[in-house]
Design a protein around this ligand. Structure first.
Ligand code: UDP
Length: 466
């Protein structure tokens, strides 16, 4: 019987996208994939991928949906607390779905759910299905979380997960982290942050009981940071299809799980720019910058006098309808293209892109590096600080100076952009980013580390009783 994997992401773009890339790999290996989103996200994916859904492209991936438990009208777009609420309470809806599928005579070989979906282990056990955890963030974040949780449960670090802002915590092989950069600080309210740390503890414990933990990272880059006494994270990254990595993908054969409408006009705009001349600017799907910071950023990009493709999400400043400074569009239209959402993977693989000002979301980082694009590192919150320090250590990006300052001033931003795009420092990180691209390509080609890990995982799944 054909193996059947049920895949369940955390309900946020940065988790849905890489899990769908894994789904494509599994489908190409003859595994039947059922990909389950929340109803809200499912509808958005259908709307934003008209003509490019798996069924249109002949991919054996079935998209299904389940309800979430949030009341109507709650923020399902960019609120980490809401995302956590959804994923922490997903169990009953998942059970209903499995009941329906099994009543229809289907068998499920294995459940691959986001690492944060802690309830899914108990659900899988109830039905006698093996659970595999998918870990979209970096291997370094996995190691940091594991070390910190271990120390907090042993009592050598605070049990509530909080430190003084300037207190420094260091673990072997990892960049040290100051208290204000801890990944679970998502709110002003200490109780919320403690609650989030509580769910991090649960996540790491449940991950350790899963059959596998598959990570969107590369052994040659991050294999050494995870000590052997933690449950082994199996690197299978970058999880992009080889056609994309070879820059051979076209929009019409790319199903992207996009929750927003991608403005493809930016690809034509890029076609008209010189090679490596464009700075791409995006802070991902959920980071919010306040109005002052947004204003400084806008004026900094204007002053840089470079060709720039800038993703300005409608809710980038926290409320709908982000306002550019007065007269900005008129003053910059010669050299700047602004979109509300881009087809990012295609953008990054375009030869006109010369650098990326990024919030250091792990997908954005992996996507850029797999195309050899150097980075200007401007983390905003969550695991992004750990990612930024890791990327700086690899030599693939320059750091934003004074990133703790609120707002970071326009002169700082313009100066760093200039260094990345025009100066020797930029050339050095660009060369290193190309080296990392080649290393990543090797990892996913036949015989490479990620290729072999994925093959081992697929063989394991095919050998499971069904
Ligand atoms: N992305 C996109 N278009 C955009 C901005 C982002 O398609 O205009 C995609 C990007 O390719 C990546 C994801 O959104 O796959 C963002 O994930 P990441 O982990 O970088 O950041 P997050 O959004 O989770 O903070």
């Amino acid at each position: 019987m054909q193996p059947h994997a049920l895949l369940l992401p955390y309900p946020e773009t940065g988790h849905i996208n890489p899990l769908m890339q894994l789904a494509k790999h599994l489908a190409s290996q003859g595994i039947l994939v059922t990909f389950v989103n929340t109803q809200y996200n499912h509808q958005r994916i259908l709307q934003n991928n008209v003509g490019r859904l798996p069924a249109d492209l002949g991919l054996p991936i079935r998209l299904l949906d389940i309800p979430d438990t949030l009341p109507d009208g709650e923020n399902r777009d960019n609120d980490l607390y809401s995302f956590n609420q959804i994923i922490l309470n997903i169990g009953p809806a998942l059970e209903n779905l499995i009941d329906k599928l099994t009543a229809a005579g289907e068998e499920i070989t294995c459940l691959i759910s986001d690492a944060l979906a802690v309830q899914t282990l108990a659900v899988a056990k109830k039905y006698g299905i093996p659970r595999v955890a998918f870990w979209p963030p970096s291997g370094s974040a996995y190691a940091f979380f594991s070390h910190f949780v271990h120390a907090a449960t042993q009592g050598t670090l605070p049990r509530n997960g909080l430190l003084q802002p300037d207190e420094i915590v260091s673990f072997p092989e990892l960049p040290s982290v100051q208290g204000w950069k801890l990944p679970w600080l998502i709110a002003e309210d200490q109780a919320i942050n403690e609650y989030v740390f509580g769910s991090v503890i649960q996540t790491m414990e449940v991950c350790a009981q899963s059959e596998w933990i598959l990570g969107n990272c590369v052994h040659e880059l991050e294999g050494s940071v995870i000590p052997s006494h933690f449950k082994r994270l199996t690197p299978i990254g970058p999880v992009l299809p080889s056609s994309t990595l070879q820059r051979a993908s076209a929009k019409d054969n790319l199903f992207t799980t996009s929750l927003w409408t991608e403005e493809d006009s930016c690809l034509q705009w890029l076609d008209a720019q010189k090679p490596k001349s464009v700075l791409y600017v995006s802070l991902g799907s959920i980071a919010i910058v306040d109005k002052d910071q947004f204003h400084e950023l806008a004026l900094a990009l204007e002053a840089a006098k470079l060709a720039i493709l800038w993703v300005v999400r409608d809710d980038l400043t926290g409320e709908k309808g982000t306002q550019l400074p007065e007269g900005f569009l008129e003053r910059t239209q010669e050299r700047m293209k602004i979109v509300s959402w881009s087809p990012q993977v295609l953008v990054l693989s375009h030869s006109a892109i010369g650098g990326f000002l990024t919030h250091c979301g792990w997908n954005s980082s992996m996507e850029a590096l797999s195309m050899g694009v150097p980075l200007l590192l401007w983390p905003q919150f969550a695991d992004q600080y750990i990612n930024a320090d890791t990327l700086a250590k690899w030599g693939v990006g320059l750091k934003m100076t004074d990133a703790r300052q609120k707002p970071v001033g326009r002169e700082n931003i313009t100066a760093q952009v200039g260094k990345l795009m025009l100066e020797h420092e930029g050339e050095v990180v660009r060369a290193r980013a190309m080296e990392v691209r080649h290393l990543m390509l090797k990892a996913v080609e036949e015989g490479g580390s990620s290729f072999n890990n994925l093959q081992a995982f697929v063989s394991w799944m095919k050998a499971l009783p069904s």
